[in-house]
Design a binder for this molecule. Sequence first.
Ligand code: ADP
Ligand code: MG
Length: 355
Amino acid sequence: MSSLRLSGVSKRYGNFQAVDNIHIELQSGEFVSLLGPSGCGKTTTLRMIAGFVDPTLGTIEMDNQILSSPAGSIPPDRRQMSMIFQSYAIWPNMTVEQNVAFGLELRRLPNAEVKRRVGEMLEVVRMNHLADRYPAELSGGQQQRVALARAIVIRPSVLLLDEPLSNLDATLREEMRFEIRRLHDEFHVTTVYVTHDQAEAMVTSDRIAVMNQGRIEQIDDPRALYNKPKTRFVAGFIGRTNFIEGISDGHRIAFDGFALPRSAFEQDVPSHGKTVFSVRPHTMRMSAAPPSADGGTSVGVIVLERAFLGEHWDYLVRPRQGAAPLRVMTSPLDDIAVGANAWLEFEPRQMALIA
Ligand SMILES: Nc1ncnc2c1ncn2[C@@H]1O[C@H](COP(=O)(O)OP(=O)(O)O)[C@@H](O)[C@H]1O
Ligand SMILES: [Mg+2]
């Protein structure tokens, strides 16, 4: 287990800035995801950590020792890291047991120790009953478990995973997220996990770095990232949201067709000028009748559209005095017809101020 530090790391290909001035510090034993859309620089960053790509600028350190800098780099095989790619190829001509043992044999560990550690590892990934099978005789999820076992059994200083679940079907993917986190809780290997799937990042990670066009927009724990996104990109990428623009006059924030008292907000809402908030669809309450006492936070709306999704209603409403529609998610019991008047109650403390 090791700490890892990326300081001002950039990668340029010709005129194209693939990774742009990244700073991340992982504590020993921490699990951090790089989350972002395709092409934002996740794999390039991971490959720089592994040593397959040299940074154009910046340094990568492990336990305060420089691994990479523009002046030179330690080669991948001397970094004691394990990496799992999208196509987590395990050797087809070796059994499960031989696959997991391979890295230990390469390191010339005594036979008895190899046997013991492989046995332990297979037990943890629940594959000991299939130790003699060949990869072709395994399901996708089982192959993935072998790949993880093989990566972790050598006790790497850092584990690097690049979209390791993207070849699995949806149900298995969901199951393996928890499996990956369980393995982490067991072995505490410092891990960098690359994914474009927000749920995958949220289930597995201590912290998530949201990347956009080569930069990190925000790095935070999953709850902070969801509840207090700092930029429009982060708010829109993690879950669904409404962006609403308001103008503050010191006492009230005037939005399109309604206003909310500034004192109801938790954050330091500027006393004057334009502000943009991210409002999650489930943070507003909707009712057919006006609330009796609401502290000035409820707004008359008209229901434009709605869809019943079983676990919730998905409403599109418009403030009666405004033009811009809002998406609202309510309990399956909130049955208000299209065209009807309703009241929407905001919870300003759950509205995130966007930079
Ligand atoms: N060897 C390379 N030469 C030129 N451009 C590259 C190279 N590798 C990656 N890129 C570009 O850098 C950007 C980031 O790529 P990548 O790190 O693979 O993104 P991600 O993993 O987030 O999808 C992409 O636009 C990609 O085309
Ligand atoms: Mg990639």
